[in-house]
Design a protein around this ligand. Structure first.
Ligand code: PMP
Length: 427
């Protein structure tokens, strides 16, 4: 039988042509601009089905939210059942306390939580709180982290120089932050000592967004210590790591307590919910003249999704299985590369890791990624899609609680055939 390739996905191609007439680039998020233009019909567990009838083992998980797999029954049934009583009331409703209690009890270190809808906005809430609490204006962030698409956090670092990440961005916002290399304690020490205008350090505790770079031993503890010394608010952006790298997120995994943390993605089984959490002292500034708002914050379906998702994660924690599945998958990818003479390399954690071409030595910061052939991987990701593995073009692989033996077997087989194609230079 003739094998279908992405270029022969007829219905997807037709839908994409129409989509381009309806929405810029045919996509509703620029992150999807350069991905294969596949239209999906449905997802279930670790699988996706496109409109041309092909299936994919999914390691993109909607950029992370589908940590329980697609369409998790218990979550979706809870959302559907609770939504029968309504969605938003412009006032409180009975699920909010249950969601709040469960959330705080699960992360373990914080006293207050405010729900939102996206990581982008909850990051802004955390930064505003830090400025209000300290009376200072600026913040430190690290090159290669992502904290949303808004003007004060979207940056692009090229050859060590940081500038705006988008045309149309307010240029003066580039000066809002000091951008340092990840994993560089000395640079942080020097910057915090040299400037007294720093309200916060915001960090992805594992720098998932570029290279899935883990914190080197002790890095986060040093960051904590330096923030304490300078009276600076430490914000963990746990939008990716929260409920994923451990039930209590990176704070639990690396045993470092932030002052504030931002959550999203995995916390609601695929539904749009985010949160900012922290001490009563900091968070209760929102009870006064520090503004945080949002029509959809803490909606009925959002709270139902959080309650069901955290219920599942607490009753049947998937973390040990994920460690095993992810570790095997990482080894398999390297092994497949070796078998076909492709220098595939992996780094990161089993539940979120990075795949690229190049030297296997650990990359420690954004600049270090320059030694890798990321473009070659992006091309390879299209070959993987051709062979029924759905991944991000920028190399991040997410593993869900729904990946098991069947998915591993299918992945292994598909990886081998994709690598054979790539090695034969068919792509
Ligand atoms: N922070 C991090 C670490 C993220 O990875 C993302 C999204 N990829 C965000 C913030 C922004 O979240 P959202 O897309 O929900 O606005």
């Amino acid at each position: 039988a003739e094998e279908a390739t992405l270029s022969t996905l007829q219905r997807s191609a037709e839908l994409h042509a129409r989509a381009r007439e309806l929405t810029p680039g045919g996509v509703h998020s620029n992150v999807r601009l350069n991905a294969p233009s596949v239209f999906f019909e449905r997802g279930a567990g670790a699988w996706l089905w496109d409109v041309d009838g092909r299936d994919y083992v999914d390691y993109l998980l909607g950029q992370g939210p589908n940590f329980l797999g697609h369409a998790p029954t218990r979550v979706n049934e809870a959302v559907a059942a609770e939504a029968r009583r309504g969605s938003v009331f412009g006032a409180q409703h009975v699920l909010e306390n249950e969601a709040g209690e469960l959330f705080l009890d699960t992360i373990g270190w914080a006293e207050r939580v405010r729900f939102g809808a996206t990581g982008t906005e909850s990051d802004q809430a955390a930064l505003r709180l830090a400025r209000a609490a300290t009376g200072r204006q600026k913040f430190v962030r690290f090159a290669g982290t992502y904290h949303g698409w808004l003007d004060n956090v979207l940056v692009k670092t090229v050859d060590g120089v940081t500038g705006p990440g988008s045309r149309g961005q307010l240029a003066h916002h580039v000066a809002d932050s000091y951008v340092l290399p990840f994993n560089d304690v000395a640079a942080l020490d020097a910057t915090l000592s040299a400037h007294d205008d720093i309200a916060a350090v915001i960090v992805e505790p594992v720098m998932v967004n570029n290279g899935v770079i883990p914190p080197v031993d002790g890095f986060l503890k040093h960051v904590r210590r330096l923030c304490d010394r300078h009276g600076v608010v430490l914000i963990f952006d746990e939008v990716v790591t929260g409920f994923r790298v451990a039930l209590g997120g990176a704070a639990e995994r690396y045993r470092v307590r932030p002052d504030l943390a931002v959550y999203g993605k995995a916390m609601a089984g695929g539904w749009p919910v985010s949160a900012v959490a922290g001490s009563a002292e900091l968070m209760d500034l929102f009870a006064g003249d520090v503004v945080h708002a949002g029509t959809f914050n803490g909606s009925v379906p959002a709270c139902a999704a959080v309650i069901a998702t955290l219920g599942i994660l607490r009753e049947d924690p998937p973390y040990a299985r994920l460690e095993e599945y992810g570790a095997t998958l990482m080894e398999t990818i390297v092994e497949v590369g070796r078998a076909h003479g492709l220098p595939l390399r992996v780094q990161g954690l089993p539940m979120a890791f990075h795949v690229s071409f190049g030297d296997p030595a650990l990359v420690r910061d954004y600049t270090g990624l320059a030694v890798l052939d990321l473009d070659r991987y992006t091309r390879f990701s299209h070959t993987l899609a051709d062979h029924g593995i759905w991944v991000a073009g920028r190399g991040i692989w997410y593993v869900s609680a729904a990946h098991g033996e069947k998915e591993m077997a299918a992945t292994r087989e598909r990886l081998y055939s994709a690598a054979a194609d790539a090695a034969a230079d068919k792509v």
